[in-house]
Design a protein around this ligand. Structure first.
Ligand code: 5GP
Ligand code: MN
Length: 323
């Protein structure tokens, strides 16, 4: 079904979630390049600026923050988004694009769109895109291989997370065969931290609290920390792993004060927070996230909520009782 829609498409908008990770960037760039090679007009959109760590990707200039006139597209492909609103502010107009396709690997996917390709067993959306490009009969060029390799390495935490399978290795081996250079990818996505990011890390580590039973850790970040260290949203990527790294901890939560415009501040004692959750598999954090309107995978999930800090912290700390 998806294959037929893609073959028939002429002017395609690809979009992935804002604050993109390697899988969002890799899967959308790979599919964008493949569709272009098949003669389609392609725009690869993301609401956020491309994180500096992904600038090494060949043909990355294809990614844009300005999608042009939404009415001109006959097809939209939404990648790596558990629900449509994950793409950001434009989701309401993008929803009206005639053929809306949903390609994702989150188990909490809301199944939006005219046709779907949702595989929770896939380690990444990039894995799904790899298979789709083969099915489309497009060539996996070196540029595409770099994008797919980056997506898989990012979402499997370099083959360390529980979503890593034989297939993850097989595709990556093939991508290396096609020219992706693992050393270049690793050098970039695990590049040295700026001094500001090290100082930010110091601050968030200072904030760590552990539940009484020692099984849940909670770390927090404020906008003030970003200002004081001269860092920004992309410097926050991956910091949650430090909270997860503590001995005996089974679930880690990272509460981040979101950047908001003044008009979004509703009540004085409430702030908009984004919460990242990580689990060792003991409990499914995606269902907890879903109860706050978010989602994700059983071992990595997130949600956005308007709350006071102490109420949010109490809510999350209660999770420790189930551990
Ligand atoms: P992270 O903590 O890395 O931002 O997100 C962890 C996982 O949860 C990712 O796979 C991400 O796509 C998913 N996720 C984070 N926030 C949300 C959300 O608000 N809604 C949904 N459906 N998934 C989310
Ligand atoms: Mn992903």
């Amino acid at each position: 079904m998806i294959l037929e829609y893609l073959k028939r498409s002429t002017n395609v908008l690809l979009a992935s979630h804002k604050n993109p990770d390697g899988d969002a960037v890799g899967s959308s760039l790979a599919l964008g390049l493949a569709l272009k090679s098949l003669g389609k007009t392609v725009t690869v959109y993301n609401e956020s600026r491309l994180p500096a760590v992904f600038r090494y990707l060949p043909e990355v200039e294809l990614l844009t923050q300005t999608p042009g006139c939404i009415d001109d597209y006959d097809t939209a492909v939404i990648l790596d988004c558990g629900d449509l609103s994950r793409i950001g502010n434009l989701h309401k107009s993008i929803e009206n694009i005639h053929i809306l396709l949903n390609i994702d690997h989150h188990q909490t996917n809301t199944r939006f769109g005219k046709a779907r390709l949702i595989k929770p067993e896939a380690c990444s959306t990039s894995e799904i895109i790899h298979d789709l490009i083969m099915d489309l009969g497009a060539e996996i060029t070196t540029d595409i291989a770099f994008a797919i390799y980056t997506g898989i390495v990012s979402d499997t935490g370099s083959f360390r997370f529980s979503n890593t399978t034989r297939k993850s290795f097989e595709i990556c081996a093939d991508m290396v065969e096609k020219g992706a250079n693992p050393y270049i990818v690793a050098q970039n996505i695990y590049s040295p931290y700026s001094l500001g990011r090290i100082k930010l890390l110091n601050m968030v580590l200072e904030s760590i609290e552990v539940s009484k039973n020692g099984k849940l850790s909670l770390m927090s970040l404020t906008q003030r920390m970003l200002r004081e260290t001269g860092t920004n949203a992309e410097d926050v990527n991956g910091l949650v792993n430090y909270a997860k790294h503590i001995e005996d901890v089974r679930v880690a939560a990272f509460i981040q004060e979101a950047e908001t415009q003044a008009r979004e501040q509703i009540k004085e004692d409430e702030t908009l927070y984004y919460v990242s959750l990580r689990s060792d598999g003991t409990i499914d954090v995606s269902s907890f996230a879903a109860s706050f309107g978010g989602g994700g995978h059983s071992t990595a999930a997130g949600f956005t909520t308007l709350s006071s800090f102490s109420a949010l912290k109490d809510n999350i700390m209660r999770l420790a009782d189930a551990l």
